[in-house]
Design a protein around this ligand. Structure first.
Ligand SMILES: *Cc1c(COP(=O)(O)O)cnc(C)c1O
Length: 407
């Protein structure tokens, strides 16, 4: 029998007949999210860290159905903005279980978080600048605080997501003991936190763990903490030939890096929980033979999935209509008027014809979340799969939705 919870679900593992019928029924472009896979991912990650608390970093995919699935799997939620706090509560999270990471927080975010904290003393606010302490105090907040440390070491699949060494994030390492004293005087210091980057796979793990070891070291210096939170950043293999993260080895390395601490270990994976649980279905509009390549025009664009344009990210693709045809290299692009609106160059895909359905995989994280209405395109619908059933969890936007806020 096949492993019910393999370390990665490749695009090729999805049932193409089922995907084709979803495209027929719900139209394209269409986001698909498999909630059973979300739960399996959360549980697998959590099982690798049996005494740790694994929070899901909501910003990877804040859809209500996903948040509900994480809660059902036993997770709690890490939020980085007021909207994420609200969505988590709407999905059924207890406000006392939430952790709010304030990165340069806008005033309305702090108002919302401190109002929430006034009623729910279990809420934790993670600060990355001493300014934020002053702004919390002005709002009468004297509750739970975690200090985000800038470990001075960053990791990640792209410079735009390597946050650890970036001065924007966290309190400079050497200032942490002094800031801890200050927090203890006015608030309840409960934890230290660091999130060093994103998309870390086996190769980047040693560097990631160096950053984590700095947090463990600081925890021993500061002492008397409830938790040490080593953030997220655990990667998924976007390329078909990349191996998945070895979770057992990762857990061992993380534990060794943190070292002996008299506090609970916390982790905040985002991408790992949702990336391979989601994909996009698109329809081929245009086939154009150009001198150097065949250009396949699909109805998804960088407004649907911005990762290739923003990060140069690779996303796997499968011709869902006819996966058995011969493979030919093609350029796949969307309908937006910029050369950045290209999902792949020279990508071998089973020969596509106009009207075929093309699936773009590994789109569950930072996919719909970063979708926009650029080119006045309504955002796509999202269909959730769970226990053999499917249901629309975000309806397709209409043209009226595109102009709804104009006065
Ligand atoms: C984005 C983020 C995460 C999750 O990162 P992934 O790479 O998706 O695992 C965790 N913690 C914080 C504070 C974040 O900003």
């Amino acid at each position: 029998m096949a492993d019910p919870s393999p370390a990665v679900r490749r695009l090729a593992d999805w049932d193409t007949d089922r995907l084709e019928s979803l495209a027929d029924e719900y139209d394209t472009p269409l986001y698909v999210i498999d909630l059973d896979r979300v739960k399996a991912n959360y549980r697998r990650f959590s099982a690798a860290f049996p005494d740790a608390r694994v929070m899901y970093a909501a910003k990877a995919h804040t859809g209500r159905a996903v948040l509900e699935a994480v809660l059902e799997a036993g997770g709690t939620i890490e939020c980085a903005a007021w909207g994420e706090l609200k969505r988590s509560i709407d999905a059924g999270a207890g406000p006392n279980t939430l952790q709010y990471t304030a990165v340069n927080p806008p005033a309305h975010d702090l108002d919302y978080a401190t109002d929430l904290g006034a009623e729910n003393p279990g809420l934790t606010v993670t600060i990355g600048a001493t300014d934020t302490l002053e702004r919390l105090a002005e709002r009468g907040y004297d509750g739970r605080i975690a200090i985000r440390i800038n470990p001075g070491i960053g990791t990640g699949h792209h410079e735009k997501v390597a946050t650890g060494a970036d001065a924007k994030f966290g309190i400079p390492y050497e200032e942490v003991p002094e800031v801890a004293e200050r927090v203890r005087a006015e608030f309840d210091l409960v934890g230290l936190h660091a999130h060093a980057g994103s998309g870390v796979l086996t190769d980047g793990l040693a560097e990631h763990c160096r950053a984590i070891s700095r947090v463990g070291e600081m925890a021993r210096r500061v002492g008397d903490l409830e938790f040490v939170d080593v953030g997220g950043g655990y990667g998924v293999p976007y390329r078909e030939d990349e191996p998945p993260l070895d979770l057992e080895r990762t857990a061992e390395m993380v534990r060794d890096a943190v070292g002996e601490i008299d506090a609970q270990l916390k982790l905040e994976p985002g991408r790992y929980v949702v990336a391979d649980a989601g994909l996009i279905l698109s329809t081929v509009n245009t086939i154009k033979e150009a001198p150097d390549t065949t250009v396949v025009g699909i109805d998804a664009s960088l407004a649907t999935l911005i990762r290739p344009a923003m990060f140069g990210s690779y996303h796997p693709m499968v011709n869902v209509t006819a996966p058995e045809r011969d493979h030919h290299p093609v350029t796949v692009g969307g309908p937006v008027c910029t050369s950045a609106d290209v999902f792949a160059h020279d990508r071998p895909v089973a020969r596509l014809e106009r009207g075929d359905t093309l699936a773009i995989g590994m789109a569950g994280s930072y996919g719909y979340e970063l979708a926009s209405q650029f080119h006045s395109q309504p955002r796509p619908a999202e269909v959730a799969l769970e226990a053999g059933e499917d249901r629309i969890v975000r309806r397709r936007e209409s043209l009226e939705d595109v102009t709804r806020v104009e006065q």
